[in-house]
Design a binder for this molecule. Structure first.
Ligand code: ATP
Ligand code: MG
Length: 660
């Protein structure tokens, strides 16, 4: 696992604009260093002070961190709070009652604005409605909703009554939904009749029916249905209720259920990039704290900002940076129902222009697909739109290839917006490693430095620090407030997965490889540790080779995996999507040769892919991450027997199998 070689050095560096630094919430490297030093000096004191300053506690905590049952850490454990109270009521008290909380844009372009007062009232009615159905503190509620104000309100309403929500992305199948309902032991499902994406109506309620009919879901007593399209749907008497009926007659105030800081706010399943998804359990207090702090620190949030995170509420990014973080800091945010390519691939840019978004946060997979689209059609190029309202950009989900970073920086940010390349995970609750926009000189493809209080490091297989310049395993050395508390119902798997004995049992194992720059100490994620390549004894991460391929003007996306090889042990097999149509025959051979030579020149002959296959796309999770574990099986020529429940586009597997 350890000692990943990196051969290419990225030398481009971009300083944050002076104006930005001057006005930033964290301004300048000295301030950042002082904060890091404060955390080093008195770790618990550092967090305790922030937790007191940022959260409205119903009952103040006296204990900061309890490590007695490590790695089951407890933060602020004798404190009590309510997360929804912190997100809503506090804004009514702070003079934000009339401020727009959510600018909702539907798939078809209709815009609805909701103030903090309106959202508060809706959430209270929702919470009262849930209580009237007998749903109570500690119950689990599955939310299977389209992107909507109601989806956010459903999560907030659960938080308000102390029910633990488990949001399941609306693109998941009945089987995936059923598995999550059973695993969570949920008592209710909140869903919609249908969802609308890219002009198409897609079923939700009928998938819930199907999931519940598969059996094992007897815990479910209620299915609450939000009427999105008015489609004709099946109703099971006694079990199913329209949301409108649940809300009808309910008061617009609801005394929050005060819960202990460690009370589980939600359980969310990971993307499944590396295996079967894990039900990640988060606590209330520590999670809320970090959602707020990262909004302030990484996103430099100001009262006048229009914040837009394009993630779905079905992913952790949509939890922390839609459902909780922006509301907890009183921001105005955009919530978008649709997809980036409908009615055309200029949709994001059009919406930024229309709503004057100032902070924009999206995923590398979206950026790469929009680069490809705007290369093909100049009308949807970001330069065609007025994006001057933007002041800050963000990226999350995968390593961003340096060339995609450059395109984002130049064409979307007009070379004046810092980019926060935020490394984090479902398990971490919020950002871990990221440039701070008023602090950190940026290097394309590097997530740079950990946030203050976050003790990340690169170690070898035995848990010892690696020197800078040598790649290894990314770990976190100290518990932090928003960390995963356990895997729902499986504490043993939690321990084994995240605090393995091999590393001494005290280091949090992220599952990603990283290398720190010799001079700057900057972190670069090299890829998943499961995906490390070993060619003739040289250990390489996937990221570097993929980024070299993406830097070729012909290439839109690339994924590399190893396949067994008699002479080199492992040989590199690259799966490539071109910006133009998928080549075949002699053309494919010629381009493959060109790309092999290109990689040899960019990185070195050792990194040259032995085999290159072209596809129309790559197998991805529904959150847009490349699933290299499936490509490894294809490269080897084996049958796929792994978990593919979170795969977005199964048909692509056949195509890549055929492509030689
Ligand atoms: P599973 O854990 O089930 O395999 P997953 O790891 O894809 O799924 P998530 O929690 O959604 O589930 O994703 C976290 C992972 O995404 C990180 O471990 C890392 O590999 C990747 N990632 C996220 N942001 C970045 C980033 N800015 N740079 C590099 N990698 C990132
Ligand atoms: Mg993971």
């Amino acid at each position: 696992m350890s000692d990943i070689e990196t051969l290419k050095q990225e030398s481009r560096i971009f300083n944050p604009p002076a104006e930005f630094v001057k006005n930033a919430n964290i301004s300048g490297m000295e301030t950042y260093k002082a904060m890091c030093a404060a955390a080093e000096r008195d770790y618990e004191g550092f967090w305790a002070q922030l937790a007191r300053e940022n959260i409205a506690w119903q009952k103040p905590f006296t204990k900061t961190l309890n490590e007695s049952e490590a790695p089951f850490y407890r933060w602020f454990e004798d404190g009590q709070l309510n997360v929804s109270y912190n997100c809503l009521d506090r804004n009514l008290q702070n003079g934000n009652a009339g401020k727009t909380a959510i600018i909702f844009e539907a798939d078809g372009g209709q815009v609805t604005k909701v103030t903090y007062k309106e959202l508060h009232d809706k959430v209270c009615q929702f919470a009262n409605g849930l209580k009237a159905l007998g749903i109570k503190k500690g119950d689990r509620v599955v939310v299977y909703m389209p992107m909507s104000v109601e989806g956010v309100a459903a999560m907030q309403a659960c938080a308000r009554i102390g029910a633990t929500h488990s949001v399941v992305f609306g693109g998941f199948s009945a089987k995936s939904l059923q598995e999550r309902i059973i695993d969570a032991g949920a008592v209710a499902v909140i869903t919609a009749d249908e969802q609308v994406r890219g002009g198409k109506h897609l079923p939700l309620k009928s998938i819930v029916d199907e999931a519940l009919a598969m059996g094992g879901c007897d815990t479910i007593k209620n299915v609450i249905v939000y009427k999105r399209t008015g489609a004709n749907i099946n109703f099971v008497a006694g079990r199913d209720k329209w949301l409108d009926d649940v809300l009808a007659g309910q008061a617009a105030t609801c005394e929050p259920e005060w819960v202990d800081a460690e009370h589980p706010l939600f359980v969310l399943y990971t993307s499944g990039s590396t295996g079967k998804p894990k039900g990640v359990q988060h606590a209330s207090g520590g999670y809320l704290l970090w959602a707020m702090l990262t909004m302030k620190w990484t996103f430099d949030i100001k009262p006048s900002d229009v914040f837009w995170c394009t993630a779905d509420i079905g992913w952790v990014t949509g939890h922390t940076y839609i459902a909780y973080g922006p509301l907890a800091v009183g921001a105005t945010q955009i919530v978008f129902e649709g997809v980036p390519t409908y009615p055309n691939a200029g949709r994001f840019w059009d919406m930024i222009q229309k709503h004057k978004a100032s902070i924009f946060y999206t995923a590398p997979t979206a950026i790469r697909s929009l680069i490809k689209a705007s290369d093909a059609d100049a009308d949807v190029h970001p330069k065609k739109y007025d994006l001057s309202s933007l002041r800050l950009l963000g990226s999350v989900g995968e390593p961003i290839n340096p060339e995609a970073w450059m395109w984002y920086y130049k064409n979307v940010g007009n070379e004046k917006c810092p980019i926060a390349d935020t490394f984090w995970q479902t398990e971490t609750g919020g950002h871990m490693i990221s440039p701070l926009p008023g602090v950190t000189p940026m290097v394309p493809g590097s997530c740079t430095l950990p946030l203050p209080g976050i003790m990340t490091a690169v170690v070898d297989e035995t848990g010892h620090d690696m020197p800078n310049g040598q790649g290894g395993i990314l770990v976190v050395k100290r518990p932090w407030p928003s960390m995963i508390r356990t895997i729902w119902g499986d504490p043993e798997r939690f321990k084994k997965s995240y605090f393995p004995e091999e590393l001494g049992g005290k280091l949090y194992l992220a599952g990603d490889g990283a290398v720190r720059n010799e001079k700057t100490g900057y972190f670069t994620i090299t890829g998943r540790i499961d995906d490390v390549l070993n060619v003739s004894g040289h250990r390489m991460g996937t990221m570097e080779i993929e980024s070299a391929l993406v830097a070729n003007p012909l290439v839109a996306e690339a994924a590399v995996v190893g396949k067994p090889d008699e002479t080199t042990g492992e040989a590199i097999c690259a799966f490539v999507v071109l910006k133009r149509a998928r080549p075949t025959g002699d053309e494919a051979k010629a381009i493959a040769k060109e790309l092999r030579d290109w990689v040899a020149k960019e990185i070195g002959p050792i990194a040259k892919p032995k085999e290159i296959r072209f596809g129309d796309n790559l197998p991805k999770t529904r959150s847009g991450k490349i699933m290299r574990r499936l490509l490894r099986v294809i490269a080897k020529g084996d049958q796929i027997t792994q978990d593919v429940s979170t795969l977005e586009n199964p048909a692509i597997l056949e195509q890549l199998k055929q492509a030689q």
